[in-house]
Design a protein around this ligand. Structure first.
Ligand SMILES: Cc1cc2nc3c(=O)[nH]c(=O)nc-3n(C[C@H](O)[C@H](O)[C@H](O)COP(=O)(O)OP(=O)(O)OC[C@H]3O[C@@H](n4cnc5c(N)ncnc54)[C@H](O)[C@@H]3O)c2cc1C
Length: 491
């Protein structure tokens, strides 16, 4: 059971640390004024105002041991539209994230979840996952396993939230903090270098961040929440190993036929070119994440809306050979699928999703997929969190969840360091963060990567073997299904 960030024990008065911090900071400030161009001194500089960077800023400000740290967050993009987000009722964005229960618990703790509009969140407690070649299927349904919603167990697998909605909620909770971080958006980090030795202070191991405005910030601790191509990671000389999948994820938002037939399950069918998933949204809406080759994604984007809709319905109903054939048609897909579906035997809802009827305008987009893992998460006065540390295939919906798990762990260890009178940038403070997060993240990356490879085979001995594995899981032999479901809910 995780300990609440808000109630981490204060073993020493935070002012004991604060005193020495302030002494060093005032010395540093005089360094700043003497040796222009004027680095302003911060305890923590977070680079990146994506969901992980914003969660970190909110968590540092909410935890009582870290809430008096002087924090700056730098984001290259304009956060204004996210702050002012005011969604149309009959519209959902195309970037949706599934948040597992442990992530939602943290968001509650740091005061963000109350800013998330529940009418725009869809939770689900069932998943249908099947092999597109053999049809073998695993059905994750907490209600069937635990005997319904009356049980004491939280049956939610995940909550679907628009990315912009989450970031909007995070910004609101940051605005409510007593000691607000300095939020600098529309500004890029252009250079990072180590500081200098002066008469007052040795800043040779302090990262000095130069912004596109020319402003300089000195960081007792620099945190890279700056995504897969992390400039902070590059500055630290930390290698990130992995590969491009040569796959893109096609996303889109749809209206569906009749939501009373749609049991608000998540559906994922593994095709050899990559998995195709439909995820539930409130009311008559659903979201697509279809990982496939860049050529097939280009084809999906080029189709007329009715042909695109037909193609997505076919992806859950027709054989892989049929789907491959349809990918060669520039038009007429709707007509062609009608005929092919009439001569194909496929399961009915709720084993497959109900039909989608319309794609919302402007929601078709795609993202290249890669797997990358940094060799380490910490360096000299530096830590990496989220995609800067690890980028994972989205098929398991775990990338952001594990990034938020990093935030939880890092803030907890920074608080521990403060409680023990340690410098927050020291390896004594930072190493336990890496020790806690590296191996679980590595195992998750490896598992998802193997799954991607395993389902990439169209034929061969692995195909029946993987089906056997799926059948064993589905029958809950050895409690395997329960184990997988409870692990998926943790980060
Ligand atoms: C199709 C798809 C579906 C996904 N679905 C899920 C899901 O269901 N569940 C889940 O948990 N995860 C999911 N993920 C993964 C998730 O989106 C990422 O893990 C998450 O967005 C990473 O957040 P981040 O803040 O670490 O990085 P990012 O979102 O990449 O943010 C990094 C930020 O740093 C800023 N930045 C970079 N360089 C600089 C610089 N030099 N100066 C200033 N700012 C800079 C960028 O502007 C950016 O805002 C999905 C991913 C994809 C592609």
């Amino acid at each position: 059971m995780r300990q609440s960030l808000l109630h981490l024990p204060i073993k020493r008065s935070p002012w004991a640390f604060q005193g020495s911090r302030l002494a060093r900071i005032s010395a540093a400030r005089s360094y700043a004024s003497e040796s222009s161009p004027n680095p302003e001194v911060y305890d923590v500089v977070v680079v990146g105002g994506g969901p992980v960077g914003l969660t970190l800023a909110a968590a540092l400000g909410a935890a009582r041991t870290t809430n008096n740290l002087k924090v700056a967050l730098i984001e290259g993009m304009n956060l204004g539209p996210t702050r002012d987000w005011n969604p149309k009722p009959e519209y959902f964005a195309n970037r949706i994230v599934s948040l597992i229960p442990s992530t939602v618990r943290l968001l509650k703790e740091i005061g963000t979840w109350k800013h998330i509009r529940q009418d725009r969140v869809q939770s689900y407690d069932g998943m249908q996952v099947w092999d597109g070649m053999t049809g073998s299927r695993v059905e994750f349904d907490w209600n069937k396993l635990w005997g319904g919603k009356d049980s004491q167990t939280d049956t939610t697998i995940a909550h679907m939230v628009e990315n912009i909605h989450l970031s909007h909620g995070l910004l609101k909770s940051i605005d409510e903090l007593a000691l607000k971080p300095t939020m600098i958006d529309k500004t890029k980090v252009e250079k990072i270098e180590y500081g200098k030795m002066t008469n007052e202070l040795d800043m040779r191991d302090w990262p000095i961040v130069t912004l596109s405005t020319g402003q300089k910030l000195a960081a007792r601790l620099l945190i890279g929440a700056d995504g897969g191509n992390s400039p902070v990671r590059t500055f630290a000389g930390i290698e990130s190993r992995g590969w491009d999948y040569d796959r893109h994820s096609m996303v889109a938002t749809f209206r569906i036929e009749d939501d009373s037939l749609f049991p608000k399950f998540a559906y994922q069918r593994f095709l050899p070119s990559g998995p195709v998933a439909i995820l539930p949204l409130p009311g008559n809406f659903a979201n697509l994440a279809w990982s496939t080759t860049p050529e097939k994604v280009a084809h999906l984007k080029s189709l007329a809306p009715e042909d695109f809709v037909a193609m997505v319905n076919a992806a859950f109903r027709l054989s892989y050979t049929d789907i491959d054939y349809l990918h060669n048609l520039k038009s007429g897909v709707a007509e062609e699928t009608k005929w092919r579906e009439s001569v194909t035997k496929y399961p009915e809802p709720p084993q497959i999703p109900v039909r989608i009827t319309e794609v919302l305008e402007g929601t078709r987009a795609s993202f290249p997929l890669k797997m990358k893992h940094a060799d380490k998460y910490v360096g000299e006065r530096l830590a990496l969190v989220g995609d800067a540390a690890h980028t994972i295939h989205p098929m398991a919906g775990q990338g952001l969840n594990s990034g938020i798990g990093d935030v939880y762990s890092l803030v907890k260890h920074l608080a521990d360091g403060i409680n023990h009178g340690q410098d927050i940038g020291s390896s004594f403070t930072l190493e336990p963060y890496q020790a806690e997060r590296y191996l679980p993240n590595n195992a998750l990356l490896g598992f998802v990567d193997k799954l991607h490879t395993l389902y990439g085979f169209e034929t061969g001995p692995l195909v029946p073997l993987r089906s056997l594995g799926v059948e064993i899981i589905n029958k809950d032999w050895f409690g395997l299904k329960r184990f997988l479901m409870s692990q998926a809910a943790k980060s």
